[in-house]
Each structure stands twice: as structure tokens, then as C-alpha cells.
Design a protein around this ligand. Structure first.
Ligand SMILES: Cc1ncc(COP(=O)(O)O)c(C=O)c1O
Length: 379
């Protein structure tokens, strides 16, 4: 097994450097061949102990808050491309120092903050977020074009005009999407925003470009970007999060107990779905467990139960060829992007450590959580 499980404490998020480098090399290749910029969206992956590695391939980060913008400056050594649905005056005073690009979600926010940005004399390029009213994303939780959305302005709202003082446009309407989805989205934008596009110096095509997923049509992505850039004479920025950390690591856990009710067997783990894998419950989805059959058949069937008091803190069923026992390791696959950034310390359950397995399979624990982390979130 490539995973060095013996040297990884339980519970831990374990990132495999080899898998991260594989994604980074692919992303850099797309960036170079398409002649665009690809920057990392911290909202999806903010494990800053890897940023020295990330910087060997790409340079740039997108921030959705002041804290993410500080992290961009401190750990990615770059100013941030910043976008949030709204900024307070206090946020803006800080973001002006931390950002190279600031994008606004509404005309009222643009009008409120633009004078302060211009007065600062800082070299900041301003953008507006548009809503192309087209998205192939079917889950409303992840669909920024759903009816009543608060994200971005329609062509009707902007009048298909790039306001004075604004250089660029931003859209984010994809989620774990393919190049074909991007193609269709760009067609919708060209139809609705032709005059805006003619004036724009840059277009930020948001995230959701899952170019590191097996089967993604990389050539179509590159061709689409080159063609768009040529026709509209704009600089292109992509800001994926998931694509960077897609299938780069695991959540390692241990069976603490096995309980049964009405013929349902639950393996209680030293982790929690609600606290440590919240997307599994929010989306919802059933992650892959490396030792299970994952095809819904097998001799022994178990739910996996989290170690919190929430009744719904479980997912199942998984099937195994052998009975599970207390002390067995349960390894959830693909638990790095979004999972790590969304955890909580609900119930005061110990937070999984964060570890990296390097190119030689040596494991380094880069963060251990303690009672102090829990206590410091309260007062
Ligand atoms: C504005 C914006 N940019 C980038 C991203 C990153 O998207 P992904 O991680 O799906 O690539 C998101 C995700 O929600 C987003 O809202």
C-alpha cells in the first residue's frame, strides 16, 4: 500500500505529496499551454504547509475574506484576488492593503467602496461579478444561478455596461464541472454581455473546473480558453479550489466500537461526519472507504457512525469481505479539498491531526489539535 498507515496517527487528514504534485503539474501545464493565469481558491484548500510546493507550480491565490487575504500575503507571498458577496468598511480598509484585484457583487457595493480604493493610490484592479443566468449545476446548494440567487449581477442589472473604474468581470457558475460545461457557460456570457466583454481587460472564470478528474477533456479546455482569449482580447484567470486537492489524500480513522440495532450494525469511529466531513451530510454523498467493496455488495454490512451526539451523524451502508473489529483502520478517500477547511470542534471532539506523506513515504504531522484550540474558540 502506498499509504504509510503505520506512521500516521488516528485520526488524521493525510495529504500525499506525490498526488498533490501530480495535480499541480497538470494545472501548470494547462496554464502554460492556454496562456492564462490559474490561481488557488483557498476556500477549497488552505493547507498552507504545502504552499512552498504549490508555489513551485503556480503563483496566486483567491480570497473570500480578510483572513484568506492575509494568508495569501503571509504564506503564498502574493496579493489576493478578492471576492465576497459584501464588504464592511473595516474589511475594505484591510483588503486594500492585501489585494491586487477586488471584485464586487453589486452596484451598491461598488459605488460604496470604489472611491476608497481609488483614493488609496494602490495598484488594485476592480471587477464586478456577473450572473450569466446559466448553470449546469443541479444541486441548489452549489448553484449560484438558482432562482433568487444573491451572487452576481444579471445583464439586466448592469445594462451590459462595464462601469467606470472597473477593469474586469468575474463569474462562478461551475461546480466539479467539465470543459463542455464551461463552453456552454461562455456561450451564455457572450450572448448576454457582449458590450461588457468588449471593454473588459480581464475575465475571472471562477472555480469548478475539475481538470484533475480522470476523463476531463483537457484539450477542449485549452482550446476553449485560447479561442475565447483571442476573440475578446482579454486576460483569463481561473480560480479552482477542488482541482488542486482532488484525490490527494485521506481521512484516517479507527473503529472504537460496534453497536447494533434492528439488524443495523454501526461502526463508531474516532471521527465525526458532521464535524470532520460535513460535505458528506450537506451534499449529501457517500465517500469511498479504501478497505470496503464500495459497490454495495459484500458479506458484512456496516454504517459508519460519527463520535458526536448528533443522531444523524452517520452514513451507510458499506460492505466488507470481513467483519470489522475494534481497532480496525477506516480510511476515507479524497478527504482533502473542502473537507479540511470546513471542520468544526462540535462536541469538543478531538480534531484530526494534519499530516503529509512526502515523496519517500515519510509521514510528517504538521498540526496537532489540543484542548487549547477548542477552548480558544469560546469564551
Ligand atoms: C467565487 C468562487 N471562486 C472559486 C471557487 C472554487 O471552486 P472549486 O473549488 O469548485 O473549484 C468557489 C467555490 O465555491 C467560488 O465561490
Amino acid at each position: 500500500m502506498r499509504i504509510n498507515i503505520d506512521d500516521t496517527p488516528s485520526p488524521s487528514y493525510l495529504l500525499d505529496e506525490k498526488l498533490l504534485r501530480r495535480n499541480l503539474a497538470l494545472i501548470k501545464d494547462v496554464k502554460d499551454r492556454a496562456g492564462i493565469d490559474i490561481i488557488l481558491a483557498f476556500k477549497g484548500f488552505a493547507m498552507w504547509s504545502t504552499f512552498d510546493i504549490v508555489r513551485e507550480y503556480i503563483n496566486g491565490a483567491t480570497a473570500s475574506s480578510v483572513y484568506e487575504a492575509i494568508l495569501a500575503n503571509e504564506e503564498m507571498k502574493t496579493k489576493a484576488h478578492t471576492y465576497a458577496p459584501a464588504y464592511s468598511e473595516a474589511d475594505m480598509s484591510q483588503l486594500i492593503k492585501l489585494s491586487s484585484h477586488i471584485t464586487f457583487n453589486s452596484m451598491s457595493q461598488l459605488n460604496k467602496h470604489l472611491p476608497q480604493i481609488q483614493k488609496s493610490g494602490n495598484n488594485i484592479s476592480v471587477g464586478i461579478r456577473i450572473n450569466p443566468e446559466f448553470s449546469e449545476v443541479t444541486t441548489d446548494l452549489y448553484n449560484p444561478c438558482a432562482n433568487g440567487t444573491r451572487l452576481g449581477m444579471t445583464a439586466e442589472t448592469t445594462g451590459d455596461i462595464l462601469p467606470d473604474g472597473v477593469d474586469g468581470i468575474h463569474f462562478h457558475t461551475l461546480c466539479e464541472s467539465d470543459a463542455e460545461d464551461l463552453q456552454k457557460t461562455l456561450a451564455a456570457i457572450e450572448k448576454r454581455f457582449p458590450n461588457t466583454l468588449k471593454k473588459a481587460k480581464w475575465i475571472n472564470m471562477g472555480g469548478g473546473h475539475l481538470m484533475t478528474r480522470e476523463g476531463y477533456n483537457i484539450q477542449l479546455l485549452i482550446d476553449t480558453l485560447i479561442d475565447f482569449k483571442k476573440r475578446w482580447d482579454v486576460d483569463i484567470i481561473l480560480e479552482p479550489g477542488s482541482a488542486f486537492a482532488w484525490e490527494t489524500g485521506y481521512l484516517i480513522s479507527t473503529v472504537l466500537d460496534i453497536v447494533s440495532d434492528n439488524d443495523i450494525n454501526t461502526a463508531i469511529l474516532d471521527v465525526s461526519f458532521t464535524a470532520h466531513m460535513p460535505d458528506c451530510l450537506e451534499m449529501p454523498y457517500k465517500p469511498v472507504i479504501l478497505s470496503a467493496n464500495n459497490n454495495d455488495n459484500g458479506k458484512y454490512c456496516y454504517r459508519m457512525g460519527g463520535n458526536s451526539c448528533l443522531a444523524g451523524d452517520y452514513i451507510g451502508n458499506w460492505y466488507f469481505d470481513n467483519e470489522l473489529n475494534v481497532g480496525d483502520k477506516i480510511i476515507f478517500n479524497d478527504m482533502i479539498h473542502y473537507t479540511m477547511v470546513k471542520t468544526t470542534m462540535f462536541n469538543g471532539i478531538n480534531h484530526p491531526s494534519i499530516a503529509i506523506q512526502d515523496m519517500n513515504r515519510d509521514v510528517k504531522v504538521v498540526k496537532k489539535f489540543t484542548y487549547t484550540d477548542y477552548k480558544n474558540r469560546m469564551s
